[in-house]
Design a protein around this ligand. Structure first.
Ligand code: PSU
Length: 313
């Protein structure tokens, strides 16, 4: 099926930016980018600067960036500069996962897409590769809260390759890895045998699979499709060494932030944004610099994978 043919079957609420649509129709590489990282993951103005810089990294890597968000009930795949800036400045944007996406569309709301919702929208538009910072996963204390990110379920069902720096280390990483395995999601360590832990290059857990080249990852994505296996592929790319925060150091701050979240009864969707925000404060801004560096690095790898897919690996 060509992208053009695909485009004619798009849902009425989907607006694909002309540049993105042209690239897809011509079989040129496109990388999807999410928007929750902009609205709930980073403070103003670093959020806008990062969103722009990440788009530039994708372009430098030879692909077209498609930042995804819901604006006034329209699912926008590819945002112009003014819309991106307005979104980054806005305080009351919904955080949309699978469950909230149809609500935001039907009620004409503005919403930022999480990994789960971005995967859904990317797949609808025909985009196969998506770069983010870190996926959501099984939260610590899951025995009490049942808090498991919808990102994991989405990886099991929607055929998009997600490039991240691991699951965020605020989570229960062994359980997150188990949950991915149970759901049949391939987890690839890029040039590493260790599962990365977002701010740190290693979680101390082994990465289930390892591939060292973008072309090899593209070949695996194709093989998965040929086999008729539903769901995505998770690529975990360790944060660049110079931007890493050692595990022992970040772990101490995570413990502090988690205790505060518990004391303040922060729950559900608010947990991750609260913890990320507190870590920026507790590390004197260092965790933000690390976050920015790892997203850029993931965007570059995603552009490489998308390019390899478009040229047949
Ligand atoms: N990566 C980042 N910062 C973020 C996120 C990813 O560097 O804020 C977002 C993604 O949108 C991801 C979400 O889906 O965090 C996870 O939220 P939760 O734990 O509530 O599922």
């Amino acid at each position: 099926m060509t992208a053009r043919h695909h485009a004619t079957n798009l849902p009425a609420c989907l607006d694909v930016a002309p540049e993105v649509e042209e690239a897809l129709a011509a079989g040129r590489p496109v990388v999807a980018l999410e928007s929750t990282i902009i609205t709930h993951g980073m403070p103003w103005p670093a959020n806008l600067e990062t969103a722009r810089a990440v788009e530039d990294v994708v372009r430098t890597g030879g692909a077209v960036p498609a930042t995804i968000a819901v604006i006034a009930g329209r699912v926008r795949v590819g945002l112009d500069g003014a819309t991106l800036e307005a979104l980054a400045r806005k305080a009351d944007v919904m955080k949309l996962s699978r469950a909230d996406l149809p609500f935001a569309v039907a009620t004409g709301r503005d919403g930022a897409t999480t990994v789960a919702a971005t995967m859904i929208c990317a797949a609808l538009a025909g985009i196969r590769v998506f770069a983010t910072g870190g996926i959501g996963g099984v939260h610590r204390g899951v025995e009490e809260t049942m808090d498991v990110s919808a990102d994991l379920e989405e990886l099991a069902r929607t055929p998009v390759c997600v490039v991240c720096a691991g699951a965020k280390a605020i989570l229960d990483l062994p359980r997150t890895l188990e949950a991915l395995e149970t759901r049949g999601v391939p987890v690839i360590g890029y040039r590493t045998d260790d599962l990365p832990a977002f701010w740190s290059r290693s979680s101390g857990l082994p990465a289930p699979l390892r591939l060292d080249e973008a072309g090899a990852i593209a070949a695996m994505i194709e093989a998965k499709r040929d086999l008729g296996l539903e769901g995505g592929v998770l690529v975990t790319n360790p944060v660049p060494e110079e931007a890493e925060i050692p595990r022992a150091e970040i772990d101490a701050h995570i413990a502090t932030a988690l205790a505060e979240a518990k004391a303040q009864r922060i729950a559900a969707k608010a947990v991750t944004p609260f913890l990320l925000g507190r870590l920026v404060e507790l590390t004197g801004g260092r965790s933000l610099a690390t976050n920015v560096a790892l997203v850029k690095s993931n965007a570059a790898l995603a552009a490489g994978i998308a390019s390899a897919l478009s040229t047949g690996g």
